[in-house]
Design a protein around this ligand. Structure first.
Ligand SMILES: [Fe+2]
Ligand SMILES: [Fe+2]
Length: 133
C-alpha cells in the first residue's frame, strides 16, 4: 500500500507540511524499491537520504519551538529522538538482511505508523500553536 500524504495530515504550517510531504514520498520510494526487488545500493541510498532528511525536518520543528518558547518542546523532542532510534533499527536490519519483505514489514511498523501518529497528534498541536504566533 502506498504511503500518501493527504490533507488530513496538514498541520496548517506550509513549511512543515511540505517537509512532511517529502518524507511520505521518500518513505513510499523506499517501500516501492523493496517491493520491486531493487538492489541493495538503490535501497541503501533511499535509506541514507531519509536518515538525513528526518534530522533536517526535526531540526526545523525544534527551531520553531525554541524560537517561540513552546511549552511542550521537551516531550516533542523526545518523540523525535525515539524516531531516530527506530530508524537506526531499520538501518541495522537493512545492513543485516538487505532489501526485501522483512524490511517492508519493519518500515511499516516502526516508520509509517509512528510518523502518521506523530503528525496527527504531536505535530498538529505544534502547528496550531505556531499559527497563532
Ligand atoms: Fe515533530
Ligand atoms: Fe514533523
Amino acid at each position: 500500500m502506498a504511503v500518501l500524504w493527504s490533507p488530513e495530515f496538514s498541520v496548517g504550517v506550509s513549511a512543515i507540511d511540505e517537509q512532511h510531504q517529502e518524507l511520505f514520498k521518500r518513505i513510499d520510494s523506499l517501500l516501492e524499491a523493496c517491493n520491486r526487488g531493487q538492489g541493495r545500493q538503490m535501497v541503501g541510498e533511499v535509506i541514507a537520504f531519509l536518515e538525513d532528511y528526518v534530522k533536517t525536518h526535526f531540526a526545523t520543528e525544534e527551531k520553531q519551538m525554541i524560537k517561540y518558547a513552546y511549552s511542550e518542546y521537551l516531550t516533542h523532542r523526545t518523540e523525535h529522538k525515539q524516531f531516530i532510534e527506530n530508524f537506526s533499527q531499520l538501518k541495522k536490519k537493512f545492513e543485516e538482511t538487505g532489501p526485501g519483505i522483512q524490511l517492508v514489514v519493519l518500515t511499516n511498523k516502526i516508520v509509517v505508523d509512528w510518523l502518521k501518529n506523530h503528525i496527527m497528534t504531536t505535530d498538529t498541536k505544534l502547528g496550531t500553536f505556531l499559527k497563532e504566533k
